[in-house]
Ligand binder design. Structure first.
Ligand code: EPZ
Length: 429
């Protein structure tokens, strides 16, 4: 298993190209199941989760071609995929495939909508809480699906096809919103989704669906109106920039000091995170090409933050912010309200010398003068990258084990940071 070794203490200076968003690329690839035509996706990041989804879609009958290198193409430009699900040849998503990645559960809505039946294993994914799927299932039932649970599988049928309905989510869910939205595009009649999640990745998926011929109103708001159509067509769509990768690099530079321009970043997708960092004393400016982040001198100020659905501070940046606040001048308080078990990084950060105590859903972080390198274990995707941030600042060598978690969601992270002066290397075993 690969490890990452970091010798801390170097400032970051230079430019980093932001990749396409993992959490948009995955559902966008899944929308290809809604049409027999070819969906072309540009700016697809090269990640383990994307590779896993390729296998899952292939099992349902999707043909995939990936464009090769192009003259003058940047190595960070993202890939172009052509996805064609001419026929869905298998409506089952088996346990072996779905168990490692939660987003693969989102094939349920599209397959059910197109084939009127689907059998999908209950999902796995990062170990950050119980993560039920009740909202997905209730939403599809509101569109007329009959749902049964059998041997760890969801069996969904819709004789005669799905019918539009009203879905009011009692809790905001990114995945349930996407699943029901995709299904509703091919249902008969109108669907109204209330209390929909408004994460930018959902807007990206909805905009792509509209280009495919779906009729969706209210994109970017908490109420979506979808008029079902009989078929969708192919289109060309570019995956939006990754706001979590952007926020992660903002925090890495805030931690090490230096000056880095994040090329292609979309500031409007992460205003709460930018506000939090500015309040900590980090300089962040918009440029013609993205965002410029600087921290030249002075200690970081502590923050009080609570994670919230978009447009609030994202749970996917909570671990990274905590790593940063271990070095602040005073006490920070971070409350996690989305997932109940998303503090696995706390004990690993403590190994580097951080002073963090947990009280239920709240972490209290007392800033320390210095962190010290140590061997640590990556436990989930965002926890892993918080250890990278801490390792970049810690004195001496930090070795991060189990970096396959990192490879699920960060494209070429060692290269991107290494090009800006970090001493970071992958050790393959
Ligand atoms: C998406 O997960 C993201 N995954 C997560 O990113 C992200 O942390 C999360 O949204 C919140 O922003 C992808 O986009 C692939 P939810 P999802 O449904 O859809 C509860 C990362 O690191 N819930 O919005 O699974 C749930 O337990 C990942 O990139 C139910 O109770 O999250 C949680 O407490 C990790 N019943 C809350 O809702 C349900 O049926 C929000 O979860 C569904 C969810």
């Amino acid at each position: 298993m690969d490890k990452i070794e970091i010798i801390g203490g170097k400032q970051l200076n230079g430019k980093i190209q932001i990749s396409g968003a993992k959490n948009a690329a995955l559902p966008l690839m899944i929308t290809s199941l809604l049409t027999p035509d070819t969906l072309t996706l540009k700016n697809v990041p090269s990640l383990r989760d994307v590779n896993q989804l390729k296998r899952i879609l292939g099992n349902h009958g999707t043909d995939l071609t990936v464009e090769g290198k192009r003259a003058n193409g940047s190595q960070y430009a993202g890939e172009t995929y052509h996805l064609t699900a001419r026929d869905i040849v298998d409506t089952t998503a088996p346990y072996e495939m779905v168990s490692t990645m939660r987003a693969s559960f989102w094939v349920l809505g599209p397959i059910l909508a197109r084939c009127h039946e689907a059998k999908v294993s209950l999902p796995g994914g990062c170990a950050i809480g119980t993560r039920p799927v009740d909202l997905h299932l209730a939403g599809l039932e509101a569109l007329g699906a009959k749902i049964e649970l059998e041997d760890g599988y969801v069996l969904a049928t819709a004789n005669g096809g799905l019918k539009g309905g009203r879905v009011t989510f009692p809790k905001v869910s990114v995945g349930a919103t996407i699943n029901v939205l995709m299904a509703a595009t091919l249902a008969k009649g109108e669907t109204i989704i209330e209390n929909a999640a408004i994460e930018p990745e959902i807007g990206d998926v909805a905009n792509c669906l509209v280009k495919m011929g779906a009729k969706i109103e209210g994109i970017g708001t908490k109420t979506l109106h979808i008029q079902g159509v009989t078929n969708l067509e192919g289109t060309v769509h570019s995956v939006l920039p990754d706001r979590i990768e952007t926020g992660t690099f903002l925090m890495a530079v805030a931690a090490t000091g230096g000056e880095v321009e994040l090329l292609g970043a979309a500031p409007e997708t992460l205003t709460a995170s930018i506000d939090a960092l500015r309040s900590a004393g980090v300089s962040i400016e918009e440029t013609a090409d993205g965002l410029l982040v600087k921290r030249q001198n002075g200690q970081l100020k502590p923050v009080h933050i609570e994670t919230q659905p978009h447009p609030g501070f994202p749970t996917d940046l909570q671990a990274q912010l905590m790593a940063l606040m271990t070095m602040a001048d005073g006490r920070s308080v971070i409350r996690e309200t989305i997932f109940e078990n998303r503090f696995m990084h706390v004990q690993e950060l403590a190994r580097l010398g951080a002073n963090i105590s947990l009280n239920g859903d709240t972490a209290i972080i007392e800033g320390v003068k210095e962190l010290h390198g140590a061997p640590v274990m990556a436990t989930d995707l965002r926890a892993s990258v918080s250890l990278v941030i801490a390792g970049l600042v810690a004195k001496g060598t930090t070795t991060i084990n189990r970096v396959y978690h990192l490879d699920r969601g960060f494209e070429k992270i060692e290269e991107k940071l290494g090009n800006c002066g970090a001493e970071i290397n992958r050790i393959s075993e």
